[in-house]
Write a protein that binds this ligand. Structure first.
Ligand code: SF4
Length: 219
């Protein structure tokens, strides 16, 4: 695994490459952010952003969403994957917010993961993006990039990836690292065709060196 210093150097390079990196889900408040993140599981942010304006216009508050008919919610979100389950979860989640949190989105990870449809990754995104609380949400891009660069072990699970990143990166940079690593994974170190030949991290990247060697021996 690469050192703390090298890890910091790698994420700072990502900051330079993607200074505009940010959460791409559109929301106007913590409630909308929470619902949008639940909807984004196994769906693209773009597809979620297409359905949320009509969903939030129809059901703008936890009260309205908890009382909404299932068919009404399904009708608004049916273009995204797993929509039936997600409709059930967001309605139940809105009900729990009312029942247990006075209609407010809780700030702690423990409370967030107690809500229907909310796992650790969703909780971390909400903490970071809605409340500015340091957290690193590990999605497919963060996991892939962390492993390719050997920031963490190749066999690490998502919680271990998160913990390793938290140990190696200063807390003040966690949210920025999360966004920059997602942009780096989405637009540069992509799953199928990472741009190793033009990558500023190639000199420190095991995976990149292996890929470049394989490419050279083929040509
Ligand atoms: Fe990703 Fe290749 Fe860069 Fe390594 S060298 S970080 S695999 S793009």
């Amino acid at each position: 695994m690469i050192s703390k210093e090298k890890t910091l150097q790698a994420v700072e390079t990502m900051f330079d490459m993607f200074p505009e990196a940010h959460g791409e889900l559109v929301s106007n408040n913590a409630f909308e952010m929470l619902i949008a993140v639940i909807l984004s599981a196994q769906a693209t942010d773009v597809s979620v952003n297409k359905v949320t304006p009509a969903l939030f216009a129809a059901y703008p508050t936890p009260e309205a969403l908890s009382e909404a008919p299932m068919e009404g919610i399904i009708d608004k979100i049916k273009s995204i994957g797993l929509y039936r389950n997600k409709a059930k979860n967001i309605k139940a989640c809105a009900g729990e917010l009312l029942l247990r949190f006075d209609g407010q989105v809780p700030h702690s990870r423990e409370d967030l993961v107690s809500l229907p449809g909310v796992g650790r990754k969703t909780a971390n995104v909400v903490m970071g993006d809605a409340f500015g609380i340091p957290a690193i949400a590990v999605d497919t891009h963060v996991e892939r990039v962390s492993k390719r660069l050997r920031i963490c072990r190749l066999d690490a699970n998502v919680v271990e990836v998160e913990q390793t990143l938290m140990k190696k990166i200063p807390e003040s940079l966690w949210v920025k690292t999360h966004h920059s690593m997602i942009f780096f994974g989405r637009y540069h170190c992509t799953a199928r065709s990472p741009k190793c030949d033009s990558c500023p991290l190639l000199a420190m990247c095991q995976e990149g060196k292996i890929r470049m060697k394989a490419k050279t021996s083929k040509s």
